[in-house]
Design a protein around this ligand. Structure first.
Ligand SMILES: Nc1nc2c(ncn2[C@@H]2O[C@H](COP(=O)(O)OP(=O)(O)OP(=O)(O)O)[C@@H](O)[C@H]2O)c(=O)[nH]1
Length: 897
């Protein structure tokens, strides 16, 4: 089967390998690193699961690109508009200045010309007056009776002189006027050119105006001395009046020109100011908008940073938050739309639901998308986490919390024992260490808390639920065995959690121990000894001989110092449940690890769906303690139910709040339980097929031998697949594991087991996820079922019902009877008439019936869970301690048709 590397798949998805690995971990798909290869089945499962993520991401990238492009275009357009506006403004200013200076010059010129003309006219008037006076005096001096020739000739002489003088003066005046006029007229000419000014027009005579209309500036200017011409054609005695008129005319003209230009200037200036202020208001507005945009962007970036710091998807911050499994009505309320609107959309999506029906994640997202709203579906895990903020000044150093991990049999338990012994020996001599899932040891007056996680999976599961419990991982590697698969797994888990690794090279007492080889091998996995320039501290130890233990503890403390671990002890406690169980005498008992605040007896807390007042608190030695500080692990009594390992706990000030929250969570869990997604089963395949046009039957096949898988694949290949395509999405030898169930749930597959059984929590998970597990011991029966299901003929006429389970604790050989298994019934109620399967390490080793069932010396018909009994199995003498006896009945099921 073709395999795809995580790195190439990540590349294909456009995400980092780390991101993809996180998704894989969430899906419980075993992949350790970017170079891990994934089977086809997993790849298609991942693709299916991540399809919405990938689509959303692609859409987002596209939208982002588009937005960036638009923003760039907008910016470009704004820039161009601003440049254009600036250019126009500069142009306008230049033009304005030019106009102002021209107007001012013209006004000045006109005023000067008028003044000069007035002065000249005044002078002339005075001279004329003087001359007239002189002439009159002369006339008066000649006697009236003397009319002789001498007097007449004298008068003629005077008259002649007068004519010559006048002509001379006229010539002078004309010359002067000719010299002055072009200057004054230039100013007027410009004004009249620009605006056809009234002043210039009033200053010019009609014919002159006509000529000035067709002629250029200078000829028009030549006409300026018109008053002089009028003067010449007028009577001499009107010369003084004429000059006055000239004077008035020019001053009026100058005044008018000045007033006109002042008004124009003022008007234009006002308009310019108004325009400028309008533009500057526009610019101010633009600047304000830009500032606001920048501030919003900064706020957005800060929000994103904070979200990332809290491990939250920044996109989810603005989204409307709804709980997983939200009902139509609740969603409508959350989105503030009418429920009918949602019902209508659901109907159009082909999924009619009523107000109170719960919606799947996909539907919620589709509807929200349809409504153009962003939505964040809050999973129960997310709902059950709390977030806190501590002022840095309230933080105080806290002890490190350590987890020991490593390959099976490399000595984790022995090392923990040796460590506990050391810690206990130094401080609690004689104390008996009891198992509470965590232990605290003291070294050099400093505390270290060790948390026992039963396996790497648990570590990851806790991490997946947001439980950040471990500060340091101690990786145990046997010096005689070196790096093994689970060692690598542990490294990957630690790295994924970002927890530093301290390596304990164990079993150094063994003759074939080779600690250096361990170092060498670990380098390949990025765990490099400090002495070789790496980041990891290595310590050689022997758990058996208890050597190097102190050194290891000191190294852990050293590593902790680097981490500068701190917490606020002076607040309400919060932390995680490490282990929890129901104790017959004491009720629910939970081991909690405090990671913030101080937990006191009497405190009320909520953990997952449980709550209660801490009735008593015990340390690892079973001593009652009154309080637990950050990094302390204690057992607590007083909860109303058993919480789950990995649940976060938090102390509440008010007991009512605690109860409300716990009850709210339980209610939600019950609702979810009711609304669980139903997966396809062989019995419902055909009906689902016709309803939803399901044309595929996905199978996960697990078998005891490879041959069975091949035989099934072969037989299925020969089936008619024109209507239903049968896909074996995953097949392997071995018991049915949780991962198989996860895979089947994700791909709507049925699990087929040949001679194998569900292992560990696989059955519970399958029940929870509604995944059908069909187990067979004969291959043709499986083929028959699948074929019947394919054509819709499979009618469940017989069904296997599990009645109970017993664990073999001891075996006895009874003469004449044979081997008897001393058992404890762990589940259900086993009846003597039941069929029984013997399951060893997840594999069915025998299928038959009971030969005997006894309690003490009596034969009994049935035994309930919690009771011991002796069981004999027909024709089977190979029972071993640890075997599981699975009792079942085959019942007739009425046909549904
Ligand atoms: N010689 C020697 N044997 C050791 C040492 N540490 C552990 N062992 C032995 O190795 C075997 C496995 O040790 P455990 O402590 O059970 O190993 P483990 O890693 O906890 O094993 P699991 O819990 O099954 O994963 C036991 O037989 C121990 O006695 C050691 O330092 N030296």
């Amino acid at each position: 089967m073709a395999k795809v590397r995580v790195s190439s798949l990540a590349k294909e998805f456009g995400m980092t390998s780390k991101e993809l690995l996180d998704h894989l971990a969430e899906m419980k798909i075993p992949a350790k690193s970017a170079s891990s290869a994934l089977e086809d089945a997993y790849v298609s499962m991942v693709k299916k699961k991540l399809a919405p993520v990938l689509e959303a991401r692609a859409a987002e990238i596209e939208a982002q690109k588009q937005a960036e492009k638009e923003a760039a275009e907008r910016e470009e357009a704004e820039k161009a508009a601003a440049a254009e506006a600036e250019r126009i403004e500069a142009e306008r200013r230049r033009e304005e200045e030019r106009r102002l200076s021209q107007a001012a010059m013209a006004a000045e010129e006109a005023a000067r010309a008028a003044a000069a003309e007035a002065e000249r006219a005044e002078r002339e008037r005075a001279a004329e007056a003087a001359r007239q006076a002189e002439l009159e005096a002369k006339r008066r001096a000649v006697p009236a009776s003397d009319s002789g020739s001498r007097f007449r000739s004298l008068l003629d002489q005077i008259a002649q002189q007068e004519v010559v003088l006048k002509e001379k003066k006229e010539a002078e005046t004309k010359k002067k006027a000719d010299a002055d006029a072009p200057r004054a007229e230039r100013g007027r000419g410009r004004k009249s050119d620009r605006r056809g000014g009234a002043a210039a027009e009033s200053a010019a005579s009609a014919p002159r105006s006509r000529r000035s209309n067709s002629a250029p500036v200078v000829p028009a200017g030549m006409d300026v001395p018109a008053p002089e011409k009028a003067g010449r054609g007028g009577k001499k005695r009107r010369g003084g009046q004429q000059a006055d008129q000239h004077n008035d005319h020019y001053s009026r003209m100058a005044r008018e020109a000045e007033e006109y230009s002042r008004e124009r200037v003022l008007e234009e200036a006002r308009a310019a100011v108004e325009e400028a202020s309008r533009e500057s208001t526009g610019r101010r507005k633009k600047r304000k908008e830009k500032r606001e945009r920048e501030a919003a962007q900064m706020r957005e970036e800060k929000k994103i940073e904070e979200a990332l710091a809290q491990g939250v998807n920044p996109e989810d911050l603005d989204a409307v938050r709804v709980s997983q499994g939200v009902t139509v009505q609740e969603l409508a309320e959350a989105l503030d739309v009418s429920p009918n609107d949602i019902i209508k959309r659901l109907f159009l999506l082909g999924t009619p639901l009523t107000m109170t029906q719960s919606m799947s994640d996909d539907l919620v997202e589709l509807v929200a998308d349809d409504l153009g709203r962003q939505i964040k579906i809050v999973t129960p895990e997310e709902e059950n986490t709390f977030s806190f903020y501590d002022d840095p000044k309230d933080l105080k150093p806290r002890p490190p919390v350590v987890t020991v991990m490593g390959h099976v049999d490399h000595g984790k338990t022995s090392l923990l024992d040796a460590i506990r012994h050391t810690g206990v020996a130094t401080h609690e001599a004689g104390g008996i260490t009891q198992h509470i899932g965590a232990s605290q040891v003291m070294i050099n007056g400093r505390q270290i808390t060790f948390v026992d996680t039963p396996g790497h999976e648990a570590f990851t599961a806790m991490r997946a639920r947001g439980a950040k419990i471990t500060d340091v991982v101690v990786l145990v590697v046997a010096a005689d065995d070196g790096v093994m698969p689970q060692t690598v797994e542990a490294i990957n888990h630690s790295k994924a959690a970002g927890v530093p690794i301290v390596v304990a090279v164990n079993k150094c007492d063994k003759p074939d121990a080779n600690p250096d080889r361990v170092r060498q091998e670990l380098v390949e996995y990025g765990v490099i000894p400090e002495e070789w320039g790496g980041q990891n501290m290595f310590v050689n130890v022997s758990a058996r001989q208890k050597t190097g233990i102190d050194d290891l503890l000191e190294t852990i403390l050293l590593q902790a110092d680097v981490l500068e671990l701190k917490a606020n002890p002076d607040t309400f406690a919060s932390g995680y449940i490490i282990e929890a169980k129901l104790d017959r005498g004491r009720g629910p008992v939970a081991t909690v690890l405090v990671n913030r605040g101080t937990l006191h007896v009497g405190d009320t807390l909520v953990a997952g769906m449980s709550y209660g007042r801490v009735r008593a608190m015990l340390d690892q030695h079973g001593n009652n303690v009154k309080e637990a500080k950050p990094s302390d692990a204690v057992e607590i009594l007083g909860l109303n139910s058993v919480p789950a390992a990995g649940d976060e706990f938090r102390v509440f000030e008010d007991e009512r709040d605690a109860r409300d929250l716990a009850e709210q969570r339980s209610l939600k869990a019950r609702i979810e339980e009711q609304n669980k997604v139903k997966h396809v089963t062989l019995e419902t395949l055909f009906s689902e097929m016709s309803e939803n046009e399901l044309a595929e039957l996905n199978l996960v096949v697990k078998a005891d031998v490879q041959g069975s898988i091949e035989a099934l694949a072969d037989a299925l290949g020969k089936m008619d697949q024109s209507e239903v395509r049968i896909n074996i999405i995953h097949s392997a030898v071995g018991a049915i594991s949780e991962t198989d169930v996860v895979l089947a749930a994700a791909s709507n597959a049925i699990i087929i087991g040949f001679g194998v059984r569900p292992q560990g929590k696989a059955r519970d998970l399958a029940e929870k996820e509604n995944v059908q597990i069909k187990t067979y011991s004969i291959i043709y029966k499986a083929i028959e079922d699948i074929d019947a299901a394919r054509v819709g003929l499979l009618k469940p006429t017989e069904e296997e019902v599990r009645t109970g389970e017993a664990e073999v604790r001891e075996t006895f050989r009874v003469p004449k009877v044979g081997l008897i298994a001393g058992c404890m019934v762990t589940e259900g109620e086993i009846e003597r008439t039941d069929s029984v399967r013997v399951v060893r390490d997840g594999v069915v080793v025998f299928d038959g019936s009971f030969a005997s069932m006894r309690r003490f010396k009596d034969d009994v018909k049935s035994v309930k869970a919690g009771y011991e009994c002796g069981l004999g199995i027909e024709k089977f003498q190979d029972i071993k301690v640890g075997d599981i006896l699975e009792a079942y009945k085959v019942v007739e099921v009425a046909r549904t048709e």
